[in-house]
Design a protein around this ligand. Sequence first.
Ligand code: Z5A
Length: 239
Amino acid sequence: MTARAGGAGRGRFITFEGGEGAGKSTQIRRLAAHLRARSGRPVVTTREPGGSPRAEAIREALLAGLAKPHGPFAEALLFCAARIDHLDTLIRPALAAGEIVLCDRFADSTRAYQGAAGGLDPALLTSLEEVVVGQTRPDLTLILDCDPELGLARARARQSADETAGAAAGPDRFEAEALAFHARLRAAFLAIAAAEPGRCAVVNAALSADAVEAAIRTVVAERLPGLFAETPGAHGDAA
Ligand code: Z5A
């Protein structure tokens, strides 16, 4: 799939993918602020699993590990159930209204987590994706790539800080998987990027947050130049 250039009447759908602690949430916040200032379009930030009240309820069950005993296919179906509601109630209406949707994880996470790392048949996941996602494919997918040990160390450091601040403790269902699982995830995301270079861009997430932000701005300006059409001069400003 090729990233679409800007056009009237339809928003733009940008997804962020990668392993734990790669910096997706951090970079979504930063890109959202940049696009709000520069694109002249409303920007919605959201996440998967979740993003709508019904999908957030499914998220809670998934991350608590309640579906794990039922196996990866049941988990994949629950991720899909959450995605259907998220698409119907938030993503598609926002895109139809011409908004920019920035989503923290999407269907590539199902391919990587339940497929490559979880052992589900890729053909089965492709069929599910066709039914669930249909034509609502991302215009651009930013794959934040770093060594899983670095990402997990960041996630652990954030957890300790959260615990010190009195928030809920402990790794979730997927953070608790062994390092080999996370290495398979990394390889899976890189394979997706290699298979769909028109849609995906790999960003080195081991760099500082500022350097990653600058790299993401460059990719977005190159791949989706129409986003900045209403604000001449915005392209050169990556600082
Ligand atoms: N999942 C699935 O299995 N199938 C699916 O179809 C979908 C999802 C959609 C959702 O968890 C889980 O669901 C996920 C996959 C599975 N697995 N897990 N776990 P989540 O939403 O809770 O977690 P996550 O998506 O993995 O996000 P995360 O762990 O919160 O990481 P992140 O968003 O990429 O990173 P961050 O929060 O921006 O940064 C983490 C920390 O590092 C934080 O303290 C930052 O300040 C710091 N940070 C960020 N960037 C940097 C840089 N560049 N340098 C240094 N420090 C940094």
